[in-house]
Structures are given as structure tokens and as C-alpha cells.
Design a protein around this ligand. Structure first.
Ligand code: GRG
Length: 386
């Protein structure tokens, strides 16, 4: 089985698990990979009811552990719920909000890539493989939550939500390529190039990037053309030299460099990771009808949660296992990457992430209880386990 080979045959000895939720049949998987394989099986039957039950939207622990859920609930309850009818307000836990939005996003993603002729079957299959491989869907959910904050409709924001997840997924496909991070394992599955070959993986990423812009342009309804154009321009900006690509270039160039400063690292994280969270929140706000000051304010919020997101990611790379992460753990250290834990240590990194989240929340103070969903999402970003 390619999945097991990709992960390393040495690790396949310890136990054998029956996977009950795999579409209509039962499948068996042995070894350390069994839990991940089980998750993926459930996700693959995800058009139906149990999409969230075993999906890594939050890790299994997040969805089942009461302490983790309590944290998320309290982050919602801690805000002024009396002021709002929006989103995750009035005691509806963030976990429930995330689950329900993930179902909506997953369905839209599933429908967004369809082959219309035999010649495109392979490339569409490769695109769907990574797009539907799971993932927490944080960026699309940020689009929806930001749109809600300004009173916009979910249907008008959904195409942009799909687009940011497409861009995110294509960046993961390219990030995993042998020429980049050279990883075999992503979202608990073999990476795209392991499954389809390097040539198809590159092209699947390219096609998905192109599709993201087309998707917003064709499918955004009930929003002025000016606003749709602004969103498309911001999306394009977020992937370019002053966005994901620029951040990735500096990240690669600094591998093995022991002299990277915190300022340089923060620049990389802002470009490589925060840029996409920023455009997610900004796009949702623009579509929801926000004015320029609002867009600036929520973009600042997203900048800060974006940097905190990557710091949390760096911490998780050190503290979690490959199985928990669904991607190779300990990779940063293995390739001698500059990370917050390496520069500051684990505890100070966590503190820095928390400080950023507090600062981010302050940006939303003018919205009072209306922003409680975004506030809770900010907490989730550093509380997550994968
Ligand atoms: C965009 C044209 C273009 C090229 C890509 C490879 C690259 C340039 C950039 C790398 C961007 C990258 C992979 C940043 C890491 C961001 C990050 C922390 C990803 C993990 O996000 P999660 O935890 O993952 O949301 P899931 O799987 O849950 O979606």
C-alpha cells in the first residue's frame, strides 16, 4: 500500500485496527498509521453524515476531550454575548460552529472541481485528492466569520472561502515537492507527488491556483463588481512575491542559516502564513460590506493571528507526533529551519503566540460582541493540537 510505503515500513508493526467507517466497506490497516488511515477513510465518505465525527477539523482530541472543548466554549462565553445574534454567539460553542461551517465548506469544495471530459479526469482527480484530504478549513471559516461580522450573507462569501482553501491546498502541494520541503505525508495521506508523480502534482497546484481566481469571479453573487475585483486583487497579491511565494523563497534560502534573526523570521512567517489568513479575513469583510477602516482593522487582527498561527505550528512541529499532526513531525529541526522555538525556546514561543492573540483581539474591540466568532477563532488558533 503506497500510504504505508510512503510512511516507512519500519513503523508498521505494532497493532492492527479495523476501520469501520470507510464508505460502505470495511478496510483493515495495521501499524502506527492505522489511526490516520481510519480518519481519511471517514473523510472520504464525507459527503454524508459523519463528515465531522472523525475528521481532523480539530484533532480527535479536540473534538472529544472535554477540557479542550471547554476552553473553546469559554472563549466564546467570555465575550459579550448579549450584544450579538451572529455566528457562534449565545453559548453555541465554537466547536459546533467549526463543525457546521466545515460541512458547508467541504461540500462547496467537493463541487468546485469536476472533470467535464475524459482528458481532464486525471488532473481533476489529483486536485480533488489534496483538496478533499481533510484539513481544518480555518481560512475559509475565517472568510465566513468576517463576512458575518459585517452582516453579509454566507452564500456571497462562500466562493471566496473556496478560493482561499484552494490557494492554501495548492501551496501545501508545492511546499511538499522534492524541490521544496520534500515531504511524503500531508493531512494524514501520501503527498500529491507521492501519489501522482511530481509532474502532475506541480500541475495540480497550478490548476488549483488558476481555478481559485476563476471561482471567485464566476460564482460571487449579490456583491458589487468593485468589491469582487478587490477580493481577486488581494488574493493574487497574497500569493505573489510579497506573499506566499516571497515567504517561501526566504524560508528556503535560510534553511541551515544559524544567524537568522527574529525580525527576519517574523517577515517570513508574515508572508508565508499570515498573508493567507489576512486575505481570508479581508475578503470576508469586503464581501460583507465593510468600509476601508474596517478592512484595515480586521486585516491587522488577521496579521497578528497569522503570525501566532505559524508560531503555534512551529511549536506543534516539536511537541506533537506525526500521527497527531498528519504530517511529518520534527521536520523543522531535521532541515535546520529557523523557527520560533529554536530562537526563543518553547515556553517563550507560546507566550509570544498568546501575546499576539491578545493584541489581535484588541483590534476588534470596536465591534464588541459582534466579533465573538472571530475572537473565539483567534483563541482556537493557538489552542489547536494539529
Ligand atoms: C502560492 C504560487 C504559490 C506557491 C506556493 C510553497 C509555497 C509557495 C508556500 C508555502 C506556504 C506554506 C505551506 C506555509 C505553511 C502554512 C501552514 C502553517 C500550513 C498548515 O496549515 P493548517 O494547519 O493545515 O491550516 P490544514 O491541513 O489543517 O489545512
Amino acid at each position: 500500500m503506497a500510504f504505508v510505503n510512503g510512511f516507512g515500513l519500519n513503523s508498521v508493526k505494532h497493532y492492527s485496527v479495523e476501520v469501520e467507517s470507510c464508505a460502505t466497506t470495511r478496510q483493515y490497516c495495521s501499524g502506527n498509521n492505522a489511526r490516520l488511515y481510519s480518519q481519511k477513510c471517514t473523510i472520504r465518505s464525507s459527503q454524508n453524515a459523519d463528515v465531522v465525527s472523525a475528521s481532523p477539523l480539530l484533532s480527535d482530541t479536540d473534538l472529544t476531550s472535554s477540557s479542550s472543548n471547554d476552553h473553546l466554549k469559554s472563549s466564546v462565553h467570555a465575550t459579550d454575548s448579549s450584544a450579538s445574534n451572529h455566528g457562534a454567539s449565545r453559548g453555541v460553542a465554537l466547536v459546533e460552529y467549526l463543525k457546521s461551517k466545515k460541512i458547508i465548506v467541504d461540500k462547496a469544495l467537493e463541487e468546485s472541481v469536476k472533470s467535464n471530459m475524459p482528458e481532464t479526469d486525471l488532473i481533476c482527480e489529483a486536485m480533488s485528492y489534496s483538496l478533499m484530504a481533510g484539513g481544518k478549513r480555518i481560512r475559509p471559516i475565517l472568510v465566513l466569520a468576517a463576512c458575518e461580522l459585517f452582516g453579509g450573507s454566507e452564500s456571497s462569501a462562500l466562493p471566496s472561502a473556496v478560493a482561499v482553501e484552494m490557494i492554501h491546498t495548492m501551496s501545501l502541494i508545492h511546499d511538499d515537492l522534492p524541490a521544496m520541503d520534500n515531504d511524503d505525508f500531508r493531512r494524514g495521506m501520501p503527498t500529491n507527488h507521492v501519489k501522482y508523480g511530481e509532474d502532475i502534482a506541480i500541475l495540480a497546484g497550478d490548476a488549483m491556483l488558476a481555478k481559485s481566481f476563476e471561482y471567485v469571479a464566476r460564482n460571487t453573487k449579490d456583491v458589487s463588481p468593485e468589491r469582487v475585483l478587490r477580493v481577486i486583487a488581494l488574493l493574487a497579491e497574497s500569493v505573489g512575491a510579497e506573499g506566499l511565494v516571497g515567504g517561501q523563497v526566504m524560508d528556503l534560502q535560510n534553511e541551515g542559516n544559524p544567524d537568522v534573526t527574529l525580525n527576519q523570521l517574523s517577515w517570513i512567517h508574515h508572508m508565508k502564513t499570515a498573508a493567507l489568513l489576512r486575505v481570508s479575513v479581508a475578503a470576508g469583510a469586503i464581501i460583507g460590506g465593510a468600509n476601508n477602516d474596517d478592512v484595515e482593522r480586521v486585516s491587522e487582527f488577521a496579521n497578528k493571528i497569522g503570525l501566532a498561527f505559524q508560531i503555534a505550528d512551529d511549536v506543534l512541529d516539536v511537541t506533537q507526533t506525526t500521527e497527531e499532526l498528519g504530517k511529518t513531525a520534527g521536520k523543522d529541526e531535521a532541515v535546520n529551519k529557523a523557527t520560533y522555538p529554536r530562537l526563543l525556546g518553547l515556553e517563550k514561543s507560546r507566550q509570544e503566540a498568546e501575546r499576539l492573540i491578545q493584541e489581535a483581539k484588541e483590534c476588534l474591540a470596536p465591534y464588541g460582541g459582534r466579533s465573538e466568532t472571530l475572537l473565539a477563532l483567534a483563541d482556537f488558533i493557538i489552542a489547536r493540537k494539529n
